[in-house]
Design a protein around this ligand. Structure first.
Ligand SMILES: Cc1ncc(COP(=O)(O)O)c(C=O)c1O
Length: 380
């Protein structure tokens, strides 16, 4: 493919391989798990992450994140744990932002110590606080921005500069932003992760993950990944490839819907707080404007009434645990993604029982606002 000029073009064309048999415009699905080993340069096998459908979608994701190489996994958590355990070993220390997706937080606090890996969780967003936690054996800094569920923004360039000056690798969960709104490799981050179950998949019908980095780092991750075995099957790779073709237009619509909805919620008397980096009242709005090209489709807010009663009154917006789909969904982080975290930890992280997280879809913004308005005013 010629050099693409924009992310929208990359979404459609990057990675594609010609269908030389039927001359169709889409990548065929190659379902084999057994491949010829004679007279070939590479021994293909699905668990080696090197079959055609795996490579096509990985190349598309690498192009979108401006990385040299990508790999796709059977879930976001498979991507995260494979990356962590391929980089860290017994005796190492890693630094994590405390405000992380609940599943990642739980994996860090439950798995790392069992393998003799020490970690520090940082409550603050400032690079100075991360610096204070650096030890001689610190090998990795893991951040997530915008964070789940409070949409906090951390300075990606400041963290990557700090890590580089201490020879520490950096890893970011870029799920909430998607590659359309934020490209952390360009800001100095070493490794980007996605739960592809969310925006990359985008239709609430796929479970997958992705890791993107340099050839050298990806080779290290691949060497462990083939042992851990979290690869993605051909049909899912094809679905993911097809979904990403519309990623840019989906995310742009979600960005604009989320901004309109957060402005509406901010002015509503039954809402006490709105968390959306696109609002000028968001504490890190300027930082978000600097490092993101769009503010995303995720926002959170606190209701002053019973959140379950409010959610049940919604007609269009569905109560659902995942995010990033074309349909708008709403969830209570305290009851779902962060339910395994202790009450004390939840309070420390600012996750109240009145907090709701909205994943804004591609529906008409006025219809979504109307749905929220009717449910808030009790006229349903
Ligand atoms: C920000 C973020 N990262 C990672 C994950 C884990 O992804 P998966 O559920 O695909 O394993 C999630 C899931 O909700 C998430 O929201």
């Amino acid at each position: 493919m010629n050099q693409p000029t924009s992310q929208a073009t990359t979404c459609v064309h990057a990675g594609s391989q010609k269908d030389t048999t039927a001359k169709g415009v889409n990548t065929p699905i190659f379902t084999s798990s057994a491949y010829d080993y004679l007279d070939v340069d590479v021994h293909a096998y699905p668990r080696y992450f090197n079959t055609i459908n795996q490579q096509v979608v990985s190349d598309k994701i690498a192009a979108l994140e401006k990385g040299e190489k990508a790999m796709v996994f059977s879930s976001g958590m498979a991507a995260i744990t494979t990356a962590l355990f391929s980089i860290l070993k017994t005796g190492d220390h890693a630094i994590f932002q405390n405000d992380l997706y609940g599943g990642t937080h739980h994996a860090v606090t439950n798995e790392l110590s069992r393998f003799g890996i020490k970690y520090t969780l940082i409550n603050s967003l400032s690079a100075e606080e991360f610096e204070k936690a650096i030890l001689p054996n610190t090998k990795l800094i893991f951040i997530e921005t915008p964070s789940n569920p409070l949409l906090k923004i951390i300075d990606i360039s400041a963290i990557s500069a700090l890590a580089k000056s201490n020879s520490i690798l950096t890893l970011i969960d870029n799920t909430f932003a998607s590659p359309i709104n934020q490209n952390p490799l360009e800001l100095g981050i070493d490794i980007v992760l996605h739960s592809g179950t969310k925006y990359l998949g985008g239709h609430s019908d796929l479970c997958c993950g992705a890791v993107i980095s340099s050839e050298e780092i990806m080779h290290k991750i691949w060497s462990s990944a083939i042992h851990f075995g979290g690869s993605l099957d051909a049909q899912s790779c094809y679905l993911l490839e097809r979904s990403i073709k519309t990623l840019s237009i989906r995310v742009k619509q979600q960005n604009s819907n989320a901004l309109a909805i957060s402005k509406f919620l901010e002015s509503h008397k039954k809402i006490s707080n709105v968390y959306y980096p696109g609002l000028s009242t968001h504490p890190q709005h300027h930082l978000a404007s600097r490092q993101m090209s769009g503010y995303g489709g995720m926002l959170s807010f606190e209701v002053t009434t019973d959140p379950d009663v409010f959610v049940k009154k919604l007609k269009l917006i569905a109560p659902a645990m995942s995010l990033g789909g074309v349909e708008s969904t709403i969830t209570s982080p305290a009851q779902t993604s962060h339910s395994k975290i202790s009450e004390e930890e939840k309070e420390k992280a600012g996750i109240s029982n009145y907090l709701l997280r909205l994943s804004v879809g591609i529906e008409d913004a006025d219809d979504l606002i109307n749905d929220l308005d009717l449910a808030l005013n009790g006229n349903t």
